[in-house]
Each structure stands twice: as C-alpha cells, then as structure tokens.
Design a binder for this molecule. Sequence first.
Ligand code: PHB
Length: 398
Amino acid sequence: MPTQPLRTQVGILGAGPAGLLLAQLLHRAGIDSIVVDQRSREDIEETVKAGIVESPAAEVLATTVSDRVYRDGAKHDGIAFHFDGQAHRFDFQDLVGRSVYLYPQHEVLKDLIAARIDAGVAPLFEHTATSVEDADSDRPRIVGTTADGSGFEIEADVVVGADGSGSIARIPVVGSQQGGFFREYPFAWYGVLVEAPPSSEELIYSRSEEGFVLISSRNREVQRMYFQCDPATDPASVSDDEIWAKLQAGVTTDELKRGPIFRKDVLRFRSFVAHRLRHGRVFLMGDAAHTVPPTGAKGMNLAISDVLWLNRALREFFGSGSETLLESYETDALDRIWKAQHFSYWMTTMLHIAPDASDFDRRRGLGELRLVTGSRAAQEYLAEAYTGWDYGVDGWRD
Ligand code: PHB
C-alpha cells in the first residue's frame, strides 16, 4: 500500500469519452480531478472505434475540447434503409435541419487526452482500480494497482464510475457488477474492418431475408461493415468469401468496394440500465450506467448527456456546497437514458430478424419499415432521434 494517497476533488474511473469529458468540463470550472484507466494511452488512442457523433454532441465537443469533429469529421446529412429490394433515404437536413458527424470515438479520445495533457493533468494510464471504498463517507477512495504491481489510492470528495460495461464502481452503487434492468438479444453483429474506399457516402442500414447488414465507415481508407449472426459465432470461423456474400446480400443497389479484411469480431447485443446511478458520494455514468445495442448509434452520445448533468451538479456542489443537483442527477439523466434505450431497441428490433421469427413476424416487420419510410411524420421522428435531441442542460459552455 502507498503511504500517501493522492488527493483530489473528483476521482474518475475510466479514460473513455465520459470520464475524460467530465474532467475537461470540471477543469474549465476550476475543479480538480484525477482520471485513472487500466489501459495504456496507446491502447486507448489506437483501438479503432465506432463514431457517429450527434449534432448536439458535436457542438459540446467543438465548444469545450476541439473543433476537429467539424474539421476532420465527415458531415452526414442522411442515412439509407435498404429493404425489400429498394433503397430509402432519410434526408436529415430536409427533415429536421440537422446532420451527424462520422468522427470515430478514438479520434475524440485523442482530442480529450491532448486537452488533459495541455491542462497539466494527464490521466493515470495503466492504473487498474480494483475497488471503490467508503462510498458512504465524504472521502470515498479509489484503490488499485499500477502496472509494476505497486498499490495506489486516490481519496476524493466524489468518485465517478465511467469505467464502462465491466464497471467496478457499480459494486458500491448497486451491490454488484450486474445490478440493473437488462435485455439480451438473440442475435449479434459480425463486424469487419476493411482496407477499401467507402462503398457509400452515407451509412446503409439494411434488412433482407438474411437479416441485418450495416455499411459504415471509419475514414476514406478504412470501412466498417457488419452482418447479423448468431451470438455464438467464432469470428475466425467465417471465410472472407462468406463475409462478402453476406454483406452483398444486404445492399440492394451498390456493388461493395472490396479490399483486405484486417479485423473480424462478433459484437453481442445487450440493453442495460443500472438499478441506481448514485450511492452516497459515488456516481455512475456512460456505459457503467447503461449499455445500448449499437443500432441507434447512441453509445457515446448518450454518455455525453450524463456528463453534462453530472458536471452541472458538481459545479453547484463545489461552488456552494449544495447537494440539490447531485440528488437529482439520477432522475435528470434517466430521462434521456430511457428515451435512448427505446430508440436503440426500436431500431434494433425493426432492422433485425429474430432467429425464431414466424412468417407473420417477417411480414409485420416489412410493414413497419414501409410505414416508417412512407410517412414524413415517421421519418421526422427517426431523424430527430438519430441526429440527437437537445441536451437541455446548462453549465458547460463557460
Ligand atoms: C460503426 O460505424 O461502427 C457504427 C455506425 C452506426 C451504428 C453502429 C455502428 O449504428
């Protein structure tokens, strides 16, 4: 054990978008924090991740961290649905006057880490937190070990768990790592990273008799594509030829641009919301608080909402000592969390075919897709949710 614990106002578990953005916003208000993460900086910055940034999330990042999302991100004014042999475009600009930005999460993380280093408070990488202690006291502690095996301890006024879906901060908050409202889906995504130019300038979400396909992108040179698979699929068991056949079967019009496949993985689908987001002086946000299936592209965008609510509450707490906003954090954050849960569930169930789907289910599903693409009101509903509801939280611009 170290003789001297580190001392800070806010101890943050997890150098993901949620933890780092909270640290950045608190720093702007003169509040100290320490961010710890078990991964190395290189690992965090180089692991290629998804990245659809909603319009309100782009504004938050550009205002408080870096405008690279606007400069280097690709503005997407719509998406396409392919089904029943036809392509249907949702024109976001026409429908709701908004766009989204294709700006992968690892680029957001590079910006956030650079901002922490500029502020003179680099995250503590390769620090593995093993527990959060004394959640009920006004001096909660993060306890863990460093890469060389020595112990560390951080004593804070408030501890924030932004440590992802395997969060250890859930233990003091809900009693276990699993305690939450939960749904598992009977299908998964088989994902590939391909060295090729984009096959489409906008994302294609497709549903065919074979199930779901998504054509997405990382940049001009690397493309990300997925098809629906059994959750038990071994990524190595599917040949490149089978992969291209599955992907091509999904798109109705375009010939996909092919190239070497350099990553294959299987993503399991779950929806999760922790039973509580706070216990004493310990708070949960981002994936530690909730997980959404990726079909709605909501993960990082939803995490930013939690950050804005908690930032506002912590500014009030450290400014005046009042706990009023800390007390309402859970209720405030949950409003958007459940809306995003619904949207992600809806997109997921609408675009996939469950393994036990009956002929009725398949036909009803096509009816739903025709309804959504055939009605302006329904298209507006989807466009509004996809491009992002306003956060409705103040206190982050200054
Ligand atoms: C991705 O690019 O990985 C991606 C894009 C949109 C989604 C999910 C994943 O809805």
